[in-house]
Design a binder for this molecule. Sequence first.
Ligand SMILES: Cc1cc2nc3c(=O)[nH]c(=O)nc-3n(C[C@H](O)[C@H](O)[C@H](O)COP(=O)(O)OP(=O)(O)OC[C@H]3O[C@@H](n4cnc5c(N)ncnc54)[C@H](O)[C@@H]3O)c2cc1C
Ligand code: SF4
Length: 450
Amino acid sequence: MTQTPPSGSFRRIPGIFEEAKPPLSNLEAIVEAERCLRCGGPYAPAPCLRACPASVNVPGFVGAIALGDPAQAASIIFEENLLGGTCARVCPTEVLCEGACVLHHEGRRPVEIGRLQRYATDFAFDLGLRTRAVAPPRGVPIAVIGAGPAGLAAAGELVTRGYTVTVFESRAEPGGLARFAIAPYRQQLEPLPQEALMLNQMGVHFRFGNPIDTPQKLHDLEAKYAAVVLAVGLGKDVEVTYPGDELEGVWDSLPFIEAIKTGKTPKVGSEVTVIGGGNTAMDVAREALRLGANTVNVLYRRTEAEMPAFPHEVEEARAEGVHFEWLTLPIRFLGKHRLEALECQHVRLGEPDESGRRRPQPVSGTEFLVPTKTVIKAIGQRPRIEFLRWVEGLEIRDGKIGIDPQTAQTTNPHYFAAGDATGGATVVEAVRGAKLAAEGVDRYLKGGRL
Ligand SMILES: Cc1cc2nc3c(=O)[nH]c(=O)nc-3n(C[C@H](O)[C@H](O)[C@H](O)COP(=O)(O)OP(=O)(O)OC[C@H]3O[C@@H](n4cnc5c(N)ncnc54)[C@H](O)[C@@H]3O)c2cc1C
Ligand code: SF4
């Protein structure tokens, strides 16, 4: 049940801010771009392009890099994805464009599309290039709530169509989870400030430190703006408590990562336990190793086959030395002031539950102790139900905003929505949703049929 890496093996654990995919040099970028076969044509797009939720013309921009024209490459990327710089660092390319690359069929490694995209977008930011044409303003105001990936992309897409866009954000800076939750070895801060600056230069107005936190504020926006885009993401960690929850060393995943990303790095001690089986659990496990833990155990109540994390994320965590305890439930946290140990119990899988997954059933007599100085609970995020209920007539399905899949319009016609609040789970899905929402707003305000 427990899986452990071979003993005595030496592994180098990178630093917490050491980039998993460092930038390419000019020469490396050109050599890598020349590996591309420029697949596809007008009637059969390349598989990498088809696999990109933002529809970036991958062979087009990779070809421009091969020809020594990174500015042109950046312009091709930004045409479809205004957050092309962030996506270059954080997209799960293994299951998107790079996963679809035809070179796999020849037993060769795929073109490193993510790193090439970063090369081109960094080039544009370094030179401050203007990369997207903006239509003349037509004096129609739109409000966007949230300056995470969905809100940033929606605002940019709307100003290119000539709308006057104001983004209201609770935090003091842009980026949402990309700034405060995505693993620091993927993205720390850059290029979010440059992306926000580019949007600002395109005409987007930002109101940071401006939460829409009362029904009255929301209704004021509704009255003042021709349409409102809800890009509020999800809320805090799901609340799952155990006896001993108040002990020092017990963390929820989002405050734990935010502490790292804002320079208040937690002291994790030698043994760390992570509860959960999703991508966030893999991230915090790998972050704990980078913070100096000797042993990191991930507890998951089902088996590896049921884990929601991407298989490549599980493999990478395992290769770095993360241990897994499948079919295991935490029972309580033990210690005086600081956490010392975790009591757990094994489970077996019973009949499927409403989600179709087999329900874990505790097996009595299998209780055991795991010595641990830090526990991080990575179970998932709560929806922002209280806020969403302020929007009259808004349909909420399983905690997500219900939208028309063609136009991103909600059941209140004045409101559109994108990103995690609608069920997305990645930055590039937020970008895709934002493009849809901008198109939907445009058609709605021009009186077109939705
Ligand atoms: C730990 C973790 C790791 C992740 N790693 C990756 C990864 O490697 N790659 C990837 O592609 N995706 C990753 N994701 C997912 C990705 O971060 C999200 O899909 C993406 O950020 C969603 O964007 P969003 O704009 O919908 O929401 P968010 O990023 O949550 O942004 C919402 C914004 O709205 C603001 N807001 C909310 N309510 C209000 C209000 N009432 N008034 C004003 N402002 C408000 C918030 O402050 C926030 O800035 C990760 C997520 C987590 C939790
Ligand atoms: S599938 Fe691979 S080889 Fe073909 S165009 Fe895309 S990146 Fe190039």
